[in-house]
Design a protein around this ligand. Structure first.
Ligand code: NAD
Ligand code: TDX
Length: 343
């Protein structure tokens, strides 16, 4: 089995590569990644020592690069993790989200079609369903919930999902889609809530919480997401969408306070800042379909998962300290100074 994993130098793609290389000694993986600000070769350090792994630097939206790669390697399955993935950045600069997340997915599917009707899996997100109210806990997203996006990021991911289903219906391309809730775990880029708060707390810096901190996310340990994708690739039904979620809803302020408690840091580090524009209130995934049809279940309980994650950041300081210097500092200044000023 030969897999093309795009975006494998990022958070979830990197975890997926480690998971697959460990589980299947006979799988070969080629990782195609543009190495944007979010891509880190150090995330793949262990994979580079495995003879079944190969890395190619390149852009999924560049047809020539993609076609050359498909002509050279005979892929059995393509899993598309590559994306611009941060909602706040999409609010500042939407264009690159359209190029990578929409055109990139289409270029990959076109290559799948051209080089032998190759199996394609699109890694999508619960954000395509929009948000749920905070006062209706019984409501959850199912695969039939209408697409209703809020940010340029989620609109671009929804567009890719629609294109993926169009390639199935129109060309018969064998496709599947997974829509997962918020992931957390090792190698998570420290612009996202959990790793941002852990790394800033460790450096005794202020923790910027948007709005009143009551927005809710459904958190899933990244390895459980990797397991779900592995199952969908081997047993999923073509043309189908699978929701993946952790049955683990938490408000942002709960998460931030828990991190401070675990690190033995004071709550006075919390700073409430201006809210995110168009901020989704609540995400909640109903994962019944994948649980029933593919026998998937979220295995890592949140208490254990957050403990593992915090320990990983404590033990892998070099990984994140390298990231939070230079360009990242400029990003942080730009993103958060105006939020603090506009209060
Ligand atoms: P990430 O930002 O950590 O990593 C993205 C990777 O894609 C990086 O390595 C980057 O270099 C690469 N990339 C970006 N543009 C590229 C391009 N044009 N060509 C090739 N490579 C490119 O993202 P992540 O959090 O690992 O998310 C992976 C996927 O999972 C994304 O599609 C995202 O939408 C989806 N998702 C993420 C979450 C989450 O909680 N992080 C939840 C649900 C779904
Ligand atoms: O500094 C912050 N302060 C804050 O209060 C940041 C970065 C976030 N937040 C809030 C906003 C959200 O309510 O925390 C929550 C989580 O924010 P993010 O980590 O940016 O994630 P989210 O916007 O929920 O999107 C994530 O989950 C779905 C991923 O980044 C997406 O790629 C995925 O599709």
């Amino acid at each position: 089995m030969k897999l093309l994993v795009t975006g494998g130098a990022g958070f979830i793609g990197g975890n997926f590569i480690h998971y697959i290389l460990k589980k299947y000694s006979d799988y070969k993986i080629v990782c195609l990644d543009k190495l944007t600000y979010a891509g880190n070769l150090s995330t793949l350090k262990d994979a580079f020592t495995n003879k079944n792994f190969k890395f190619v630097k390149g852009d999924i939206a560049d047809r020539k690069t993609v076609d050359n790669l498909f002509a050279k390697e005979k892929f059995d399955v393509v899993i598309n993790f590559a994306a611009e993935s941060h909602v706040d950045r999409s609010i500042l600069n939407p264009e690159v989200f359209l190029v990578t997340n929409i055109i990139g997915a289409q270029v990959l599917m076109e290559a799948c079609k051209k080089f032998g009707n190759i199996r394609f899996h699109q890694v999508s997100t619960d954000e395509v369903y929009g948000d749920l109210p905070l006062n209706r806990p019984e409501l959850m997203f199912t695969e039939d919930t209408p697409i209703h996006t809020s940010s340029p990021y989620s609109a671009s991911k929804a567009s890719a999902d629609l294109l993926t289903l169009a390639y199935f219906r129109t060309y018969g391309l064998p496709v599947t889609i997974s829509r997962c809730s918020n992931n957390y775990g090792p190698y998570h880029f420290p612009e996202k809530l959990i790793p941002l708060m852990i790394t800033r707390a460790l450096n005794d810096k202020t923790l910027p919480v948007y709005g009143n901190g009551k927005n809710v996310r459904d958190w899933l340990y990244v390895e459980d997401h990797c397991k779900a994708i592995d199952l969908i690739i081997s047993k999923g039904k073509m043309g189908e969408v699978y929701n993946v979620g952790g049955h683990n809803e938490k408000s942002n302020i709960e998460i931030v306070k828990l991190i401070l408690k675990k690190l033995n840091k004071p709550e006075s580090l919390i700073t409430f800042v201006e809210d995110r524009k168009g901020h989704d209130l609540r995400y909640a995934i109903n994962p019944e379909k994948i649980e029933k049809e593919l026998n998937w279940t979220p295995e890592t309980k949140f208490d254990k998962g957050i403990e593992n994650t915090i320990n990983w950041y404590l033990e892998n300081k070099k990984w994140w300290e390298d990231i939070i210097s230079g360009e990242y500092e400029k990003y942080y200044e730009k993103m958060y100074k105006t939020k603090e000023k506009n209060l």
